[in-house]
Design a protein around this ligand. Structure first.
Ligand code: SAH
Ligand code: SF4
Length: 387
C-alpha cells in the first residue's frame, strides 16, 4: 500500500515538474543546442542530417572532453562537415550577466539564459588544496518557501533544462580554462558538484538526472557520482529513484527535529513529515560509512539550536550512516532570523559528535557577495507564457 501511494505520488510530482520545463534549446534561426542532449539524442540528431552514428562519439569527445564551442576546432572532422554542423547546431554556454569574486576567493556568476531568465552559480575553492566545489542551480526561483532562505522569496519561474544545468558547470570550467577534462585521478580545480544552488533539484528531477548523467559520462567530463551531492528539502517520493538511478550523494535540509517547527521553517514538511523523510534516508541506496548522508542544519538563534534539540537530532538519525553539517545562518536583506552564537554552535556540535556523528560547522563562504548558502536570488519573474 505504502509503495503504491509513493508510486502515484511520484508520478504526480514528475507531471507537475514538467509544467515548468524550459523552452526548447534552440536559437531563433532554428539551430539546435547540442549541449544537454543524451548520447542517444545526439546520435538521433546526427542521423537526421544523414551522418553516421560514430559521429556522436566524436562530437561528445569534442564537446565534453575538449570543451570546444566552435565546430571549426574539431580537427577530426572534415571541413565540409564542420560547416554543415555549424549550419544546424550550436554548442552554447549560458551568458554571463555578472561575475563577482569574494575576498575569500569564492566566485559567483549570474547566468542569463536564452529566454532572458537568470540563475546563480557559485565556485567555492578549497583553501588548502587545488580543488573546489561548484554549487549549481536547478531552477529559477523555488516553489518552496523555507522561511530562512533568500531563494524562497522568489517564486518559481521555471525549471532549468539539462543544457542549462550542465552549462553552468561548463561555463565555470571555461573561467578556469580547465579543458580538456582531467581524467581519472588527475587533480581538478572544479572537482565536485553540489546541487545546492537555487531551486529544489527533486522538483526538477528529469532535467537534473539527464544533466548528471552527462557530467558522469566517462568519455567526457567524467565526474564520479561520489563527487556529486544533491541537496533536497525532502521530496520523499523522488528520493528512492534518485538513489537507484543516479547513486549520487544525498544531503537533506533537515533544520528542525520536531514536525511543528519544521512545518514552519520548511513548509514542505507538511506534505512529507520528518518520520517519512528519515525512513526514506534509511533506505537510500548506497548509503554506507564510506558514503554518508549529510544532514544540513541551519543554526538559528533561539529557534532550533538548543541542546535538547541536539539530543533529539541524534536520536532521530541513530543508525543512519550520516554526518551533520551545521550551517551558521547567512543573513540576507529582509531576513528575520539571527545566527546562533559561536558557543551555542560548539555546544550543539559537541553533542552530535559525542554520539558518533561527524559534525563540521560549515564556514560561511562568499558572504560579501551574497554567495553563501541560502543567499542566492535573481530578479527573474514568471511571465504569462511560462506555465
Ligand atoms: N532546495 C534544496 C537545495 C538548496 S541547498 C534544499 O533546500 O536542500 C541550500 C542549503 O542552504 C539548504 O540546506 C538550505 O536549507 C540552506 N539555507 C537556505 N537559506 C540559508 C541561510 N540563509 N543560511 C544558511 N543556510 C541556508
Ligand atoms: Fe527552496 Fe531549498 Fe531555499 Fe527551501 S531552502 S526555499 S527548498 S532553495
Amino acid at each position: 500500500m505504502t509503495v503504491m501511494l509513493t508510486e502515484s505520488e511520484r508520478a504526480r510530482v514528475l507531471a507537475k515538474s514538467a509544467l515548468f520545463d524550459p523552452p526548447l534549446a534552440r536559437l531563433p534561426d532554428g539551430r539546435r543546442e547540442l549541449v544537454g542532449l543524451s548520447r542517444d539524442e545526439l546520435t538521433a540528431e546526427l542521423l537526421a542530417i544523414g551522418e553516421k552514428p560514430f559521429r556522436a562519439k566524436q562530437l561528445w569527445h569534442w564537446i565534453y572532453h575538449q570543451g570546444v564551442t566552435d565546430f571549426g576546432l574539431m580537427s577530426t572532422v572534415s571541413k565540409p562537415l564542420q560547416e554543415k554542423l555549424a549550419t544546424q547546431f550550436v554548442i552554447g554556454r549560458p551568458g554571463i550577466a555578472i561575475a563577482q569574486e569574494s575576498t575569500d576567493g569564492t566566485r559567483k556568476w549570474l547566468f542569463r539564459f536564452r529566454d532572458g531568465q537568470e540563475a546563480e552559480t557559485v565556485y567555492i575553492p578549497d583553501r588548502s588544496e587545488d580543488r573546489g566545489a561548484v554549487c549549481i542551480s536547478s531552477q529559477v526561483g523555488c516553489t518552496l518557501s523555507c522561511r530562512f532562505c533568500h531563494t524562497g522569496t522568489q517564486k518559481l519561474v521555471r525549471n532549468l533544462g539539462a543544457a542549462e544545468i550542465v552549462g553552468q558547470f561548463m561555463a565555470a570550467r571555461d573561467a578556469y580554462s580547465e579543458w580538456p577534462s582531467p581524467q581519472g585521478e588527475t587533480p581538478r580545480l572544479l572537482s565536485t558538484i553540489v546541487l545546492m544552488g537555487m531551486g529544489e533539484p527533486l522538483y526538477n528531477y528529469e532535467n537534473v538526472a539527464k544533466a548528471m548523467r552527462i557530467v558522469m559520462d566517462n568519455e567526457g567530463i567524467a565526474l564520479s557520482r561520489r563527487r556529486i551531492t544533491l541537496s533536497t528539502s525532502g521530496v520523499v517520493p523522488l528520493m528512492d529513484q534518485c538513489g537507484q538511478e543516479l547513486g549520487v550523494n544525498l544531503a537533506i535540509s533537515l533544520h528542525a527535529v520536531r514536525d511543528e517547527l519544521r512545518d514552519e521553517l520548511v513548509p514542505l514538511n507538511r506534505k512529507y513529515p520528518i518520520a517519512e523523510l528519515i525512513a526514506a534516508c534509511r533506505r537510500y541506496p548506497g548509503a554506507s560509512n564510506a558514503r554518508r548522508i549529510t544532514f544540513e542544519y541551519v543554526m538559528l538563534k533561539d529557534i532550533n539550536d538548543s541542546e535538547a534539540e541536539a539530543h533529539e537530532l541524534v536520536r532521530l538519525i541513530a543508525g543512519i550512516p550520516a554526518k551533520v553539517n551545521l550551517i551558521p545562518f547567512n543573513p540576507w536583506p529582509g531576513s528575520s532570523y539571527e545566527p546562533s552564537s559561536g558557543n551555542q554552535l560548539a555546544r550543539f556540535a559537541r553533542i552530535v559528535q559525542d554520539a558518533g556523528f561527524a559534525s563540521p560547522i560549515r564556514a560561511p563562504r562568499g558572504r560579501d557577495i551574497l554567495a553563501a548558502c541560502g543567499q542566492l536570488r535573481t530578479e527573474s519573474k514568471r511571465t504569462k507564457s511560462a506555465a
